[in-house]
Ligand binder design. Structure first.
Ligand SMILES: Nc1nc2c(ncn2[C@@H]2O[C@H](COP(=O)(O)OP(=O)(O)OP(=O)(O)O)[C@@H](O)[C@H]2O)c(=O)[nH]1
Ligand SMILES: [Mg+2]
Length: 975
């Protein structure tokens, strides 16, 4: 102890110390213990060994004191340690969250084994003549996906059915597997041999059969050169079969037919072979009737097994044949048969006379069967019955006869897998299907001209169009993309499309043109760099470094600017490029729901999610209502359900509230305006006079289906209206516009007389008036819904001489206002969407179906038994707004025996006057029919945050109101 610092009593007398005296004392005491603990074991050793080096009482400064070992001492070097304060996280949240794997679809981890070499597949891509781009489509559950399974398992030896379950290789999403229904179209590229063992590159698009997902089929059709329509042999032609045949013809695709599930005729319906033949013939007759209705030119040929564009299959039992391929089986077995000639006699009223060994058109004796029955159906029935019947005795004999060898294990299998093996060995590969595609569907090179004429918006005489028509891999790059597939983790998308001309390379710089791009307005275009390129195989992808014209390709890295479809082209050199037409769907998004995040702060996440689902569903529409509501528009309940699943789980992972579903409405008029309506511009220099009246029946649909187009030359347009709708020459030649868009179902006509109106002045403001008209028809005056089926006629116009007084700012809103007033004077009505419903039910449920329909304002148009089955089909119309929950309702009332599909069909006027103020709408009370229009209008207005009733003043000028008062026409209308 230092003597000078302490007195004899031990008190400190040295110089003054730092202020933290007290602490020091405390910690002095503390110090020894932990330190002692820490080094306790070694203390003695240290004393012994290092007694000389270590001073006994070392002074440790405050800042060097060490109470605990450091993290590094405890955990070792290179371990990252994080120190966190207590209680900053809620107990429910783990400090280190487990790594979350987002996975929504099935993928193969490695490239599976294939019977061909991938190099070979890539080589085939260079020869367009050996490529076929085919869409498989058909009604719900008619076996498209199972058929692709057959093709996949034929080419991928490892992939095969396990324990009697369908693989459904192209239903990659978990939701598809769980629900047992295809939701997304998915493509596979396969090398398949035809009957001459020549290999073809067949690109197959497996599409969903549910009517809600018809948009997927449209996207697939766009990049295909032909369609194979699947028909269930037992169910026959159904709602979507008809719609798809029509759609394929509209899209200028040749149609071939695959009658699937042949086995059901034998095992389920147990039809005698002759009846089975008649059923098949009936199906084909129905299809031919449909084709002749929808095909304009007769050369769009009928289908028949004799032509080779019909094949028969059972994808469940893995076989497929055409007359040709069946004849070949005979040829291989017996030899010396002219297979072609034989095949030609296997369908229709043809009989084989076994005595003369000749075919005749008349049955040689009363027991003789038609050749199809004798040579195809009867052997098939025999094959089935022997496998299903006596496995122990007859089967081995039959197998011997047919040269099918079965192993011991196989013989012990259950009936279904056994039948599958026997059929597969008997029929072999699906060469009949390939023959059908090769012969009846054009190659991309052959079809290029047809495709370009149909989908390219530019002139077909331009140089570029001519090059595209040759499908030249060395030409300028043109890629048409129609679908976006989300990546595994659903954070971005891969773009799917077809190379129309030129060759697309990986990592190439490209220019991406959106749907709104035009030479005049180049805003919707971006430059981008393509990432990797793949050939899509549903559950795996084959990477390639270039893709030449005529092929389908999956592209990485350019999804950002693309919303629905896009045109991809070279960065430079192609200044005259027009885009490929946006998709033209065969259905409409009329059902809508409003969505809102449960937690308002998550709105940005929801918006991002909405943007992504919008990309993923071709026909989905999202918009923001004036009230700030986010609206999602889809084709039906299942569609919206899938959209919400994706939105909640895949793309945004937040809780989202959904309002009750409603439908879109339209506004229309049923009479001609009761007086001429006029409006002055705010500067009082211009005055427009208009009336509104309903369009002729069928005209609105013609405009929407592009039967008539506003871009036609005047003369042609005039002729169309004169001949088809009986318009007079003057009116027919003075059509100014269709609205709201180029295909909107309203017309603006200039009905002024040159003697009264100075046409040159009117011409000067034409664009502004058209814009006002477009604006008005986009959002009608009743409840901001689009106007439909109305003709607006300009009767008079006073236009200012000086250009400065007749600018857009003056004219556009005035044109809109006068259109509104003319509309309101012409007995306005609401229109609602109507669905077409097809119900399949056993006979004893038919009356229940009627009851359920009647309760929902539906009415039946047809009910008829399905030939050769115990079922009835009932066709009916039902208002879309009353169709929510219809399916469930129907099932409960028929003990689950009825099955229905419904799809948008047409717009129909809602009974009642929407402006009748005497009607009061009481909450929670059903309204009589005549109050419906009012109810729909008021409820729509409330939802959109508009005032309760239409206020007329907004649309009428004071002089106009005076005029009205004079004529006493405003009795009903609120002012
Ligand atoms: N009996 C029989 N059933 C079949 C056959 N092919 C498919 N199925 C069954 O029919 C159901 C529907 O088959 P899918 O292949 O999913 O039909 P799909 O046309 O792809 O259906 P969607 O894409 O949802 O329209 C499944 O339960 C199959 O097992 C067949 O040839 N015979
Ligand atoms: Mg499917």
């Amino acid at each position: 102890m230092d003597q000078e610092l302490y007195d004899e009593f031990g008190n400190y007398v040295g110089p003054e110390l730092d202020s933290d005296d007290d602490d020091n004392e405390d910690s002095d005491e503390d110090r020894d213990e932990p330190y002692g603990d820490y080094g306790a074991d070694e203390d003695e050793d240290m004393d012994a060994d290092d007694a000389d080096d270590v001073p006994e009482m070392q002074v440790v400064l405050h800042e060097d004191k060490k109470y605990y070992p450091t993290a590094e001492e405890v955990y070792g070097p290179e371990v990252e340690t994080i120190v966190q304060e207590e209680d900053t996280q809620p107990l429910t949240e783990p400090i280190i969250a487990p790594v979350k794997k987002k996975k929504f679809s099935m993928v193969e981890q490695d490239l599976p084994e294939t019977v061909y070499n991938m190099e070979f597949l890539a080589d085939l891509m260079d020869t367009p003549d050996l490529i076929r781009n085919v869409t498989l489509c058909g009604h719900l559950h008619h076996g498209k996906t199972s058929f692709v399974d057959c093709l996949v398992s034929q080419t991928h030896p490892e992939i095969d059915v396990k324990d009697d379950k369908d693989i459904r290789y192209t239903d990659t999403l978990f939701t598809e597997q769980e629900r047992g229904v295809s939701i997304k179209a998915s493509p596979v590229t396969l090398v398949l041999p035809d009957s001459k063992n020549k290999s073809f590159l067949v690109n197959v698009f497996d599409t969903p059969g549910h009517v809600n997902f018809s948009d997927e089929v449209t996207a697939a059709f766009r990049i295909s050169d032909g369609a194979v329509v699947f028909v269930d042999a037992a169910e026959g032609v159904m709602l979507n079969t008809e719609r798809l045949i029509k759609h394929a013809i509209q899209e200028k695709l040749p149609v071939t037919i695959c009658i699937n599930k042949i086995d059901r005729l034998i095992l389920e319906l147990k039809l005698p072979p002759t009846d089975a033949y008649f059923k098949l013939r009936h199906i084909l007759e129905e299809i031919n009737a449909l084709i002749s209705v929808y095909a304009e030119d007769e050369e769009n040929k009928a289908v028949s097994p004799l032509l080779g564009n019909v094949c028969f299959a059972s994808s469940y039992y893995r076989f497929c044949f055409t007359l040709g391929s069946f004849a070949r089986i005979y040829g291989d077995t017996y030899g010396g048969i002219n297979e072609k000639e034989f095949a030609r006699r296997l369908w229709g009223d043809m009989y084989f006379n076994s005595k003369t060994r000749k075919f005749t058109k008349k049955p040689p004796n009363s027991t003789c069967q038609r050749s199809f029955v004798e040579f195809i159906l009867e052997p098939l029935y025999k094959l089935f019955s022997q496998v299903v019947g006596d496995v122990d005795e007859c089967l081995p004999r039959m197998c011997d006869e047919l040269g099918i060898s079965l192993t011991k294990e196989e013989k012990k299998m259950n009936i279904r897998p056994l039948l599958r093996i026997v059929c597969r060995r008997f029929f072999g590969d699906f060469t009949g299907f390939v023959d059908m595609c090769v012969e009846h569907l054009p190659s991309p090179a052959e079809n290029a001209k047809n495709k370009i004429e149909h989908v390219y918006t530019g002139s077909s005489d331009s140089d570029l169009a001519e090059v595209m028509c040759t499908c030249d891999p060395d030409g300028p790059l043109m890629v048409h993309t129609t679908k976006l597939f989300p990546t595994q983790d659903a954070t971005s998308f891969h773009v799917y499309g077809r190379v129309i001309s030129g060759t697309l390379y990986a990592n190439q710089e490209v220019k991406i043109l959106g749907e709104n791009y035009s030479l005049q307005d180049e805003e919707d275009s971006r430059f981008g760099q393509v990432g990797r390129l793949w050939i899509s195989e549903a559950r795996y992808k084959v990477e390639v470094n270039r893709v030449p014209a005529g092929n389908w390709v999956l592209i990485e890295g350019i999804d950002q600017p693309i919303v629905k479809t896009a045109t991809i082209t070279d960065v430079s050199g192609n200044d005259e490029v027009h885009i490929f037409r946006p998709l033209k769907f065969n259905t409409n998004s009329v059902m809508k729901i409003a969505v809102e995040p449960v937690n308002p702060s998550e709105l940005p996440k929801m918006l991002d999610g909405l943007r992504k689902v919008n990309k993923s569903y071709p026909l989905l529409n999202t918009k923001v209502e004036e009230s700030g509501e986010h609206i999602v528009l889809g084709t039906g309940e299942l569609y919206l359900d899938c959209v919400m699943h994706d939105l909640r789980k895949m793309y945004s992972e937040i809780d989202i509230k959904v309002a009750d579903p409603v439908v879109s409405f339209c506004e229309t008029v049923v009479e001609t305006s009761s007086l001429k309506c006029f409006a002055e511009t705010p500067n009082k220099r211009n005055k427009l006079t208009m009336i509104a009246e309903p369009l002729e029946k069928g005209l609105a649909e013609d405009i929407e289906n592009e039967v008539v187009q506003i871009t036609w030359p005047r003369k042609r347009l005039g002729e169309f209206f004169q001949t088809k709708y009986d318009w007079d020459l003057l009116a027919a030649r003075s059509i100014w516009a269709f609205g709201p868009d180029a295909t909107g179902p309203n017309i603006l006509v200039d009905d002024t007389l040159p003697s009264e109106v100075e046409k040159s002045l009117l011409g000067a403001v034409k664009d502004s008036i058209v814009q006002g008209f477009q604006w008005a028809t986009r959002e009608g005056p009743l409840c901001d819904e689009p106007i439909r089926n109305v003709k607006f006629k300009i009767l008079d116009a006073v236009i200012a001489q000086e250009p400065i007084h007749r600018g857009g700012g003056q004219i556009i809103p005035t044109a809109r206002r006068v259109a509104y007033s003319a509309f309101l004077m012409a007995t306005p009505r609401m229109m609602e969407p109507y669905n077409f419903v097809e119900v399949m039910a056993p006979a004893d449920c038919v009356s229940a179906v009627y009851t359920v329909l009647a309760r929902r304002r539906g009415h039946v148009t047809q009910d008829a038994p399905v030939p050769g089955s115990p079922l009835y089909t009932i066709k009916a119309f039902i208002p879309a707004i009353d169709s929510f929950g219809f399916e469930t309702d129907l099932r409960t009332h028929t003990q689950g025996q009825a099955f229905c599909l419904s799809v948008f069909h047409h717009w129909q006027i809602v009974p009642g006057d929407p402006l009748d103020k005497s009607i009061t709408i009481r909450p929670l009370e059903p309204q009589p029919a005549t109050h419906l229009a009012r109810e729909f209008m008021i409820k729509s207005r409330r939802r959109k945050g508009l005032s309760e009733d239409v206020s007329i003043n907004k649309f009428f000028d004071d002089p106009m109101l005076l005029e009205l008062a004079k004529q006493d026409v405003m009795l009903n209308y609120p002012m």
